[in-house]
Design a protein around this ligand. Structure first.
Ligand SMILES: [Zn+2]
Length: 246
């Protein structure tokens, strides 16, 4: 069986993958390893700008057709809610799937991403919104998710956790956010939703006239966060919690 070598990140983390499988599954690699590029001659390619963790997930998807569930990992200090982060770099993985043009994978990642916010009832941090806007294209559904999170936090967040000063600064500093926010408020006529309160399909990129292949893929919602964590019943979304993506 012919293998290809992928070297990822500045430290060149090595992945060895079955060539036929990789090329059959992902046209981007088919062009790379079966065309006239240097990579095809040596069966090897480097991706210095990418995260090894995202390639680990990609290889998992190539072999298994699915990706592991996403969850929140607490930081070392339980008194520091902002220490929570996602169990893998989901938005970076999303950007990779976007770069290699795999809409089916993009939608699967979005479903995982949507699910974790639904379970944990937190909100992405302002830093995460900034990062998403700097790494995704203008019409990306991931931006739509972040814009909706921003709108929810701007209207429902407590001053203590989401100071109006920093929230307004984000609107000025994040290129494209203000325009997206105007489009969103026009679409919803001012109604505010936490993005995980509506179906994940709203953030899929597939043709909406076709049935959603991922419907029913969402796991039942349990209340994963510690009870009383928000000082309430736990039924409101985490307006006091900011989560950094990675
Ligand atoms: Zn869908």
């Amino acid at each position: 069986m012919e293998m290809v070598d992928l070297y990822v990140g500045p430290n060149k983390v090595h992945f060895s993958v079955h060539k036929e499988l990789l090329c059959n599954k992902i046209p981007y690699f088919d062009k790379m390893f079966k065309g006239t590029f240097q990579e095809a001659a040596v069966n090897s390619a480097t991706f210095p700008e990418d995260l090894p963790e995202t390639f680990d997930l990609l290889v998992e998807w190539v072999y298994s057709g699915t990706i592991r569930p996403l969850t929140m990992i607490p930081g070392p200090d339980p008194q520091q809610p902002s220490a929570y982060r996602l169990s893998y770099p989901c938005t970076q993985f999303y950007s990779l799937a976007d770069k290699i043009c795999m809409p089916e994978l993009i939608d699967l990642i979005m479903s995982r991403f949507h699910q974790v916010w639904r379970e944990w009832r937190f909100l992405p941090s302002l830093n995460s919104i900034t990062e998403t806007y700097s790494t995704t294209s203008e019409d990306s559904p991931m931006r739509r998710f972040m814009c909706m999170s921003y709108y929810y936090m701007a209207s429902h967040g407590h001053e203590e956790h989401w100071p109006a000063e920093s929230v307004s600064r984000a609107l000025l500093e994040i290129d494209g956010l203000a325009a997206d926010l105007i489009r969103l408020t026009r679409q919803t006529k001012g109604a505010v939703y936490h993005p995980s309160q509506i179906s994940a399909c709203n953030f899929h990129c597939h043709d909406k006239t076709a049935p959603c292949a991922l419907r029913g893929n969402e796991m039942p919602v349990g209340f994963a966060a510690a009870p009383g964590y928000f000082g309430g019943s736990g039924h409101s979304f985490g307006v006091g919690i900011q989560v950094n993506m990675w």
